[in-house]
Design a protein around this ligand. Structure first.
Ligand code: FUC
Length: 810
């Protein structure tokens, strides 16, 4: 009997242990990664690794967020390019578009000839890999059994386990923000069975040496193809064993007969976010050594506990449940293909949602020196797709769409600080291209303060970047209600407005427009992008002016400037509806004749999402036109395009249509080359597939789900409360039918509210609303709406009849 009880306890514990490995917070696989998009990412905001999990040879592909080739290019702007503006504008007004396109290429880009940048161009900096740590165990692969690798996103810990004979090996890895290092523990069940050699390398511009007694040190720079790189670095790998020995020579380190080994990895670079100092300081050698020394004084359990506690401070704020299924019991890649074959797997939705939050926390900790780039912090190679830069015609902003609503507000800070750093170079670009005050960022940027236009008109002559990134300054305030922060951000928004106030001109009817302009990356006629008054820049400017006016009211400052903005805003060419009932992409009704009516960019719906210019009740005509536009555009797209469409359909209050796009986004993709149409989906490691991997789709998905469940973009006014930004919170505005029961806890609404909701049979049964600072809001569910005034720390509950049932003052 006693034996039976003990056996039962052991089985239960074993089961709990296994279940802990394979719950709905776990990605897991029964094979090592073959391709990079199967490897599993860990990151502490700045230091990342992709774990391949080979039992014989482990490959950790390493990244550090500031390792970029290239250097500042302060002379990239064409000097006094604005002198070409009258000629370009005249050609456009007279309908001489071919001439206008050529002139725009000549004056309003940074390349003389159209085309993408090469390594010979001014714009070539790319995010780069730090290198690889390869750990060779020298074992016989045919003897490996019971293989599994996993990533637990609840704890941000990854692992590999397998057996060789009757010896079980386990590896655990995490990238700790608490201790500033990556930690790996390698363990064999049998004493003395851990043996390996480790090598740290990078294909170019780096050298590794063994430093006694237990470290590999790699020093290098980002020189590439004969071009000087502006970033130096030092990476260190140190090994501590329990029993056994550590030896090394040249660039290799050997561990023999250990019971277990701990490997610490860290890296520091010369990068500083300081335009005036050319973005360069010295490599912080002492702090790098210190991080490893401090970690060496701690046990594995302490390091792991520190890491999990720090990570969960962010991660645990939000939970999302759409029902339990057995589906998590198959490997994640199979789970994805099962879902593609129509097997309902609500757990996969919640896993993918939380994975997006995991990727955000892991690539954008508040102390990051740079924001999450187009691959977060994970990227292999030396020339990344599209340089892995920050593209402000959709991708960069999409990365940060969910950050506030998904209760990760502090993770927004790296982006906000980075945007602020663009004001100086952007002032020069504003002057050279438009002879305008303020600052402008055109279409993209990188860590070297690039604000100039791109290389060809089709994507490069878009000057809405600064306006768009400024939306994030306002959004961070709208969610946090932090007036002190807004005081810091306001001058940056104001200077962005000053640029557009100066750069806009009147169209033939006296409305304000920009010229030359484009609708990002889309042609209105074969070979022609350039025009005047394309919708997107108008919408971005409308949004910027609206938010800046709101900021002047909240801060009770700059009334005159605010009046100027009001007047200009009223003169911006309004949104127009075209002959098919669609929202017009350009100022002329060209949409139906454009060569690519299914183009992945849906720029003119900026006003619907992430803007707030189109609302179901207040602007029903535009609302219907936006819907028409999307119907014409169709449901295909690259990864991020699919994610954008989820957000659009959420704002159009059509959860079922959004769910169709969710299904598309979760299509298993294994193709890695660049594909621009119809191939979007998700890789086996749940990275979003453009293809190639782009992280924006992961983040756009999270914001899309939030928009389906909670919206708060509509504002209302109360004459007795002037200067207050007041929001309407919509509960379950677009719930997909398949998610008939579920709950979400800890998502955020503008105005500084945190919301929990539970629903059953498609109906809200309970909602809880907390206010950070105390604020008034309206809460709407279907056709019902109530106004609440919530004190700081108060919790308000609404029941299934939409009655306030409880007010608990903390
Ligand atoms: C723009 C997009 C592409 C891709 C790239 C990073 O050029 O049109 O689809 O997302 O940015």
């Amino acid at each position: 009997m006693k034996k039976f009880i003990i056996l039962t306890i052991v089985l239960v514990l074993a089961n709990t242990y296994c279940f802990a490995q394979k719950n709905n917070y776990t990605l897991w696989y029964d094979q090592p990664a073959n391709m990079w998009e199967e490897a599993l990412p860990i990151g502490n905001g700045r230091l990342g690794a992709m774990i391949f999990g080979g039992p014989v040879k482990e490959r950790l592909q390493l990244n550090e967020i500031s390792i970029w080739s290239g250097k500042p290019e302060p002379n990239a702007d064409i000097p006094e390019a604005y002198k070409g503006l009258p000629e370009i504008r005249k050609a456009i007004r007279n309908g001489n578009y071919t001439e206008a396109q050529e002139l725009t290429q000549k004056y309003m880009t940074t390349n003389e000839k159209p085309g993408v940048y090469t390594y010979e161009s001014k714009y070539f900096a790319s995010y780069q890999t730090l290198g690889d740590l390869v750990i060779d165990f020298g074992t016989d692969s045919s003897k490996v059994t019971d293989y599994e690798r996993w990533l637990n996103i609840d704890k941000a810990v990854a692992g590999v386990e397998f057996k060789i004979g009757d010896n079980k090996y386990t590896r655990e890895l995490f990238s700790s923000a608490a201790d500033g290092i990556i930690v790996m523990r390698i363990k064999g069940e049998k004493k003395g069975s851990v043996n390996f050699s480790a090598a740290l390398s990078r294909k170019v511009s780096a050298q590794t040496v063994f430093e006694a007694p237990n470290s590999l040190v790699m020093r290098g720079n980002t020189d590439y193809k004969g071009h000087k790189g502006n970033c130096d670095y030092e990476a260190r790998v140190s090994v501590i064993t329990t029993n056994g020995s550590v030896t090394g020579k040249e660039d290799e380190l050997n561990v023999k007969s250990a019971d277990e080994a701990m490997i610490f990895i860290t890296c520091g670079t010369s990068y500083i976010l300081d335009y005036d100092k050319n973005f360069k300081a010295v490599v912080p050698h002492d702090s790098i050594v210190n991080l490893i020394n401090l970690a060496s004084l701690k046990t594995y359990d302490v390091l792991k506990k520190n890491h999990i506690t720090e990570y969960q401070k962010y991660f645990k704020r939000t939970s999302f449940d759409l029902g339990q299924t057995e589906t998590s019991k198959v490997p994640t890649n199979e789970r994805l293909s099962n879902f593609n074959q129509g097997i309902l797997d609500p757990g996969l939705i919640t896993l993918f949602y939380q994975y997006g939050r995991y990727l955000m926390i892991s690539s954008s900790r508040p102390s990051n020196i740079l924001p999450s780039n187009s691959q977060g912090i994970w990227g292999d190679g030396l020339e990344m797709p599209w340089h892995c830069d920050y593209k402000a015609n959709i991708n960069y902003e999409m990365n940060y769409w969910p950050v506030e609503s998904a209760n990760l507000s502090e993770c927004h800070l790296p982006m906000l600080k980075f945007n602020a750093s663009l004001v100086k170079p952007g002032a020069k670009t504003a002057h050279e291209y438009f002879n305008a005050p303020g600052w402008v960022m055109a279409v993209m940027t990188n860590p070297w303060g690039w604000t100039s236009p791109g290389g060809s008109v089709g994507y490069g002559s878009f000057f809405g970047g600064s306006g768009w990134v400024c939306q994030h300054f306002w959004e961070h305030y709208a969610y946090t209600q932090d007036r002190n922060y807004l005081k810091w951000a306001y001058p940056i928004m104001k200077k962005a407005c000053e640029f557009y106030l100066s750069a806009m001109i009147e169209d033939k009817n006296g409305f304000l427009i920009t010229s030359p302009t484009i609708s990002p990356e889309n042609e209105w006629q074969k070979g022609l992008n350039v025009c005047e008054g394309a919708a997107m820049e108008r919408e971005i400017i409308w949004d910027l002016f609206t938010n800046t006016i709101l900021a002047t009211k909240v801060l009770n400052t700059d009334n005159e400037f605010s009046d100027r903005l009001e007047k200009a805003k009223a003169k911006i060419l309004p949104l127009q509806i075209g002959k098919a009932g669609q929202l017009m992409e350009w100022a002329e009704d060209w949409d139906l004749e454009a060569p690519e009516i299914h183009h992945r960019h849906v720029s003119h719906l900026f006003a619907l999402y992430p803007g707030k210019q189109i609302l179901p009740v207040k602007t029903p005509g535009l609302f219907d036109a936006a819907k028409k536009t999307l119907e014409i555009r169709g449901d295909n797209g690259t990864g991020w395009s699919l994610a954008w469409k989820i957000n659009f359909w959420a704002r159009l209050l059509d959860g079922d249509h959004a769910y169709n796009l969710i299904k598309r986004q979760l299509q298993l993709v294994t193709e890695t080359g660049t594909n621009y149409s119809g191939a979007g989906g998700t890789y086996p490691n749940l990275f979003d597939a453009h293809p190639p991997f782009q992280i924006d789709g992961n983040f756009g998905f999270v914001s899309g789900v939030n928009e389906l469940l909670l919206q708060s973009y509509e504002m209302y006014e109360k004459p007795e409360l002037p200067g207050k930004d007041l929001y309407i919170i919509d509960l379950l505005p677009a719930l997909p039918t398949v998610w008939s029961a579920g709950s979400i806890k800890g998502i955020c609404a503008r105005g500084g509210f945190e919301v929990d909701m539970e629903w059953e049979k498609q109906k809200l049964i309970k909602a809880t609303i907390r206010s950070i600072n105390g604020k008034r809001c309206k809460v709407r569910y279907g056709s019902r709406m109530i106004e609440l005034s919530i004190n700081p720390g108060e919790v308000i509950q609404l029941n299934d009849k939409f009655q306030v049932t409880k007010v608990i003052v903390k």
